[in-house]
Write a new protein. Structure first.
Ligand code: DOR
Ligand code: ZN
Length: 351
């Protein structure tokens, strides 16, 4: 069968997104809202979004920026940053106020995670409350010990944290965010949940399209560096197989994480790939590479809202097989940002 040159999808959502704050937010929001109807907004600001009050204030800054952009249809879904001190009361309040989930950053795992959880045991009461009220836990699944090789941190997290977390809180809804290994894909695929909707994973476009060679191709490539770091080819293949398998446990989350060009091209560059500019084109390219474009709609538009018990979107969008040049850089407030695949072309564009 010939590969299609046009595909229509129910409009997708991005279930894992960083839009930052202040001046830069408007620029990155515009890219996301062009493609997605809703996005889960990550709370790792400085200072982090640890309370309902802070999340509401952040949400109203997002809404002001959407208004300035003339966008009325995009919905930001807010999260809170879990800390050692998050109370059960804050969890119940968050549920009542429409917060969509709590984000677990093991302290020191990634950008602005210093205030994260030092030991998951300290969060027992908050996790119990989350389980009781049906509040999902969104997990950055890496251990942080310097003794553990950076390429092994996700797999060690499964064995030393995730497995016991799921045993202790069997009804807690967990999203294993931005998975990067075949072990994570297998774990999520095979996890027994007693028929309940308690585990899922998001997958980024960069982990479907690139392996770790991309960080070192002909020299160091800071714009391909993110956390969890890209892994070997066998892992990319396993992630692509999971994303295109039709399993409702895997869905779209770009983890698009903007950092200004200067902060990436530095002696100690920040982690994060900026994929928001044409994320859907990137995902289409990945699905097409294994002749599974027919599975893109489930992954991008159905399984996320189904997991979060939200309605699927009503509108449709159309992707065409028409090469799109990705600019070398884009404006980011007063600075610039280098998008994923800068200076190259992507085979698919949004009409
Ligand atoms: O590469 C990453 N960048 N991974 C994360 O987990 C955080 C993100 C960011 O906020 O920059
Ligand atoms: Zn993230």
């Amino acid at each position: 069968m010939n590969s299609p040159t046009q595909i229509q999808l129910i409009q997708p959502d991005d279930w894992h997104l960083h839009i930052r704050d202040g001046e830069v937010m408007k620029d990155v929001l515009a890219d996301t809202a062009r493609q997605f109807a809703r996005a889960i907004i990550m709370p790792n600001l400085k200072p982090p979004v640890t309370t309902v009050e802070l999340a509401k204030a952040y949400q109203s800054r997002i809404k002001s920026n959407l208004k300035l952009l003339g966008i009325s249809s995009f919905i930001p879904l807010m999260t809170l940053y879990l800390t050692d001190n998050t109370s059960a009361d804050e969890v119940r309040k968050a549920k009542a106020e429409g917060i969509i989930g709590f984000k677990l950053y093991p302290a020191g795992a990634t950008t602005n995670s210093d205030a994260g959880v030092s030991d998951i045991k300290r969060c027992h009461q908050a996790l119990e409350a989350m389980q009781a009220v049906g509040m999902p836990l969104l997990v950055h699944g890496e251990v942080t010990s310097a003794d553990i090789d950076i390429f092994d941190r996700e797999v060690v997290f499964i064995d030393t944290v995730l497995e016991s977390l799921r045993k202790d809180f069997p009804e807690l809804k967990i999203v294993f965010e931005h998975i990067t290994t075949k072990q994570a894909a297998q774990y999520v695929r095979d996890a027994s949940t007693g028929g309940k909707n308690t585990i899922a994973a998001t997958i980024t476009p960069q982990h479907l399209l690139m392996n770790r060679n991309a960080i070192f191709a002909g020299g160091i490539r800071p714009h391909n560096y993110c956390l969890p770091v890209l892994k070997r080819e066998e892992h990319r293949v396993a992630l692509l197989e999971a994303a295109t398998s039709g399993s409702a446990r895997f869905f779209l989350g770009t983890d698009s994480a903007p950092h200004a060009k200067g902060a990436k091209e530095a002696a100690c560059g920040c982690a994060g790939c900026y994929s928001a500019f044409n994320a859907l084109g990137l995902y289409a390219e990945a699905f097409e590479s294994v002749a599974k474009l027919d599975r893109l709609e489930g992954f991008a538009s159905f399984f996320g809202p189904d997991f979060y018990s939200l309605p699927r979107n009503g509108k449709t969008i159309t992707l065409v097989k028409q090469a799109q040049s990705i600019p070398a850089q884009l404006p980011l407030g007063d600075a610039t940002i280098v998008p994923l695949r800068a200076g190259e072309t992507i085979a698919w564009s949004l009409i």
